[in-house]
Design a protein around this ligand. Structure first.
Ligand SMILES: O=C(O)CCC(=O)C(=O)O
Length: 320
């Protein structure tokens, strides 16, 4: 068992954490600037109680610090499957604030936004003038409008995770697409058919990673993502996709692939990282609550957008 209290920001904390056992966790808060590092066999809730006791009642941030073996295992999973889930990676302490600020921009919907009618996917209202026609699908430019979400998207925790998954040290967040909050509404949301996000991107290499931050629970009822594990490593003939680059369910070679689909059920605060070539889809929202998720995409800084394309429309933000 290892237990240490020290000031936040000390590089010693990180180095101890790296050498600690896989159960290492960090809590910060209470007495401003202090952090608690613990490695041992206690479970998360026990650690939380312990830290609350030690830090006089207010733990404002709690996160798991991964050791090298865990990081490598996630990178291996990502390489094999094309996605990894980090449970509880988005800090609980800022979730309500982020949700409040999103809700403050939904009624009325503040621009820039994409509406369900803009994409016209199955289930979307047919025009802005019909019932539900003004249902937003996503609030765009999330980095510019939600500073707390942006800080998380550019944080060292996220940077470390992306570096590990891409195997690159200099990484950047693309502002040109995604960079949004998905706002899947009950009643008038659509289903997104099977696709690879690489259809949105024009980069030197199709090596981008998206981060999907579940701000509430996501399940089959409210339209969670479904993925086809390992599909990011397959090469597909163009004919297996339709004119809009959705996978064609009528093509015989696609049928076994579709049978291997896997739902990605998430709890609030879970984060999904997925490769831009991973085939994924999502249903419409059949619950009575709006489903909110932040989505950001990253690339190696030297993997550049092709000049003149939509991907080059806004400069990417390099992570420190
Ligand atoms: O409908 C959804 O939630 C999936 C969204 C998605 O995959 C996309 O916009 O690329």
């Amino acid at each position: 068992m290892l237990l240490a209290l020290q000031f936040a920001g000390s590089s010693l904390l990180r180095s101890i954490a790296c050498h600690a056992r896989s159960e290492a966790s960090v809590a910060s808060g209470g007495i401003a600037g202090w952090q608690l590092l613990f490695a041992g066999t206690c479970t998360g809730p026990q650690l939380l109680l312990l830290s609350r006791f030690l830090i006089s009642g207010t733990v404002i941030h709690w996160r798991h610090v991964m050791n090298l073996a865990e990081k490598r295992s996630l990178a291996g999973q990502f390489y094999e499957q094309g996605f990894v889930i980090r449970r509880g990676f988005f800090p609980e302490t800022i979730r309500n604030e982020v949700i409040r600020s999103i809700n403050g921009q939904l009624n009325p919907v503040l621009a820039p936004a994409e509406f369900e009618t803009d994409v016209g996917y199955p289930g979307a209202p047919s025009s802005r003038g019909t019932t539900g026609g003004m249902t937003p699908r996503r609030l765009l430019a999330a980095c510019s409008r939600f500073p707390v979400l942006r800080d998380f998207a550019l944080s060292s925790d996220v940077a470390d995770a992306i570096r590990e998954l891409l195997g690159e040290s200099a990484i950047s967040l693309a502002q040109a697409h995604h960079n949004c909050v998905m706002t899947k509404a009950p009643d008038h949301s659509s289903a997104t058919l099977w696709h690879q996000d690489v259809r949105y991107w024009s980069f030197d290499r199709p090596e981008l990673v998206s981060m999907w931050v579940a701000l509430g629970d996501e399940n089959l009822q409210n339209g969670c993502l479904r993925v086809i594990p390992g599909s990011h490593r397959q090469e597909f003939d163009r004919g297996r996709f339709d004119h809009a680059l959705f996978l064609r369910p009528d093509v015989p070679e696609n049928k076994p692939l579709l049978r291997s689909a896997h739902p990605v059920e998430l709890s609030a605060g879970d984060v999904l990282f997925f490769h831009c070539r991973l085939l994924h889809a999502a249903g419409s929202n059949r619950s009575d609550q709006v489903k909110l998720a932040g989505v950001f995409t990253y690339h190696a800084t030297h993997n550049q957008p092709i000049p003149g394309t939509r991907s080059a429309q806004y400069q990417s933000i390099e992570l420190s």
